[in-house]
Design a protein around this ligand. Sequence first.
Ligand code: AP5
Length: 208
Amino acid sequence: MKLVFLGPPGAGKGTIAQQAKEIYHIPHISTGDLFRAAINNETALGKKVKAILASGDLVPDEVTIEMVKERLAEADATNGFILDGFPRTIPQAEALAKIIELDNVINFTISQEQVIRRLSGRRIAKQSGKVYHLVWNPPKVEGICDESGEPLIQRDDDKEGAILNRLEVYEAQTAPLIDYYDKLGKLKNIDASKSVSDVLAETKKVLG
Ligand code: AP5
């Protein structure tokens, strides 16, 4: 199953992908996670994109497309994958179409107000990769990851100025993909404003 999860920042794409990958036995490929790993490991790519991610702008298409091509060529992606956060521009979608045919594009719909509440309350554990929310998905012990025991942190781009920039970038550069995939007959809309279990159930229903 070759899937793209589309939707505004904070819609819950990563949260649903983490569970869907276990159900469908396919890897969850998040371009945001790949960039953050490069930043943490202080690679040449990480140094190049660090300031871009913190601001909420997009990494240039050629850099992102190259990284995704390399990731999709790995053995675990042969039978399918969930691409989360890619494509994010029309040139990225066109580059992807040249290398694979997608089965479905799931578009997670949600209001801007809800996105702001979800992003401003998000806390993450860098080592375990687990994602929490101060209100809707808190850890058992405040500020500590349930799995690894490490302290939780706030992503730089989850601070107010960067959130607003990300929403503008989404509207200008990523939202046009909704129409692009709709015209190709690939798009399935899912109401992402509901609880995690409801959104997951709806995703499973759509994917079969
Ligand atoms: P990326 O990491 O992809 O950020 P994003 O798209 O903005 O998405 P998020 O990870 O912030 O949100 P999400 O939808 O996965 O929500 P989550 O499940 O965490 O990208 C970061 C940056 O990398 C970009 O800004 C850009 O610079 C660069 N980049 C990445 N891809 C690129 C590309 N293709 N081209 C160029 N640059 C690129 O949930 C959010 C919160 O809500 C969590 O706290 C969660 O617990 C909570 N939550 C989730 N679902 C629910 C629910 N149903 N009910 C209540 N709470 C919920």
